[in-house]
Design a protein around this ligand. Structure first.
Ligand SMILES: CC(C)(COP(=O)(O)OP(=O)(O)OC[C@H]1O[C@@H](n2cnc3c(N)ncnc32)[C@H](O)[C@@H]1OP(=O)(O)O)[C@@H](O)C(=O)NCCC(=O)NCCS
Length: 331
């Protein structure tokens, strides 16, 4: 099996920060409720006209610099997002354009909050077929314009951000082959799709010229149901990947879960007896940034030294679809 080596990390968050106290001014909510139920204290919000490709491009430039690579060396661009710039062209094509390069294969992957893990597995497939590939994987979400600010049960939960990694199969002569993706497992259950949707404007619910935007256009979710499924399914995915790879839970140095709710993160950590100091979370500062949450958190955990050389890192995600999964990374 061709290796999948992470050569560089990058992240970007819009300048504007909106705290829970700011939200209190226009949403029927309060800091105490949001903090105790979710762990969220603030979120970043994209500027007017700032698109998913703008943010992905910034994160990509930082990941390329971290990898010591130039954009023209890339062979593939994969973007994970549920908030693309447009239906056509893909956000990946827009990122290519903004990086000022041509001829790479460009594709978007849609798996909501599991987008990073789904896109990572897609990249592993390309690397298996073409070991010389140099892949940009960027996950970028501009969720805040897709929130119904009159629905307090959903609008307080999300934020905007982008995270990127550069992946290669072979490494430069003499260079190390870590951080290395050891394995990924992914699942989905479409029968539960209606519990988390953005339906309006799609082909199942098309808008006609002059249609007034209604709540169907925005993120709609059944928080309590999702909470239960998220804990169960992320835990099951972690268990399965550890068993398949003969890894004992005590060998995990860092658990880095999708950042949806601190209580979900805490519950998954407890299920695996992973002490809190080994569980990475930045949900207090970003809220849920969907596909971007894992690469943003990964990049911060590496930069701050939370993840150290030699660490065995367990990633896990859960999102709309439902989609979920886990990955093992040898750092
Ligand atoms: C949304 C979530 C934080 C709600 O937490 P919870 O403890 O289940 O809260 P409940 O839904 O039971 O709501 C409890 C009360 O708080 C109220 N409430 C909901 N949102 C509120 C808000 N933003 N501010 C204040 N009160 C709020 C509800 O109206 C309800 O009031 P009631 O008891 O008088 O009816 C939690 O279920 C969650 O994080 N779910 C997953 C989130 C998700 O879907 N993420 C995306 C996919 S990864």
């Amino acid at each position: 099996m061709t290796k999948c080596i992470i050569r560089g990390f990058g992240r970007y968050a819009p300048k504007r920060i909106v705290t829970n106290f700011d939200l209190e001014k226009f949403v029927d909510t309060n800091d105490e409720w949001i903090t105790t139920r979710t762990g969220i204290k603030q979120r970043h919000m994209a500027a007017e006209g700032e698109s998913a490709s703008d943010m992905a491009t910034e994160a990509a430039k930082r990941a390329l610099a971290d990898a010591g690579m130039k954009a023209h060396e890339l062979t593939h661009i994969i973007v994970g997002t549920f908030t693309p710039d447009s239906m056509i062209p893909s956000t990946a094509c827009r990122v290519q354009q903004k990086l000022g390069i041509r001829d790479q294969m460009c594709v978007d992957v849609g798996a909501a909050c599991s987008g990073f893990l789904y896109a990572l597995e897609t990249a592993r497939g390309y690397l298996a077929l073409h070991p010389e590939s140099k892949i940009l994987l960027a996950c970028s979400e501009v969720i805040t314009p897709r929130l119904n600010w009159e629905d307090r049960a959903s609008c307080v939960l999300f934020g905007d951000a982008a995270g990127a990694v550069i992946l290669t199969g072979k490494n430069a002569a003499g260079a190390e082959d870590t951080p290395r993706v050891l394995d990924i497992m992914l699942k989905a259950d479409g029968s539960l799709g209606d519990l988390l949707m953005v339906n309006g404007g799609g082909s199942a619910d098309p808008y006609k010229l002059g249609t007034i935007v209604d709540e169907e256009y925005f993120v709609q979710l059944e928080g309590r149901e999702i909470f239960k499924h998220a804990v169960r399914k992320m835990s099951a995915a972690c268990e399965e990947i550890l068993e398949k790879n003969g890894v004992d839970k005590k060998e995990i140095d860092v658990l880095l879960p999708h950042q949806a709710n601190f209580r979900i993160i805490d519950a998954v950590g407890r299920k695996f007896d992973i002490p809190a100091e080994k569980v990475f979370s930045n949900i207090d500062r970003y809220a849920n940034t969907s596909a971007a949450s894992i690469p943003v958190a990964f990049s911060e955990a590496v930069e701050t030294g939370f993840i150290k050389k030699g660490d065995l890192v367990l990633l896990t995600a859960f999102g709309g679809g439902f989609t979920w999964g886990a990955a093992l990374v040898q750092f």
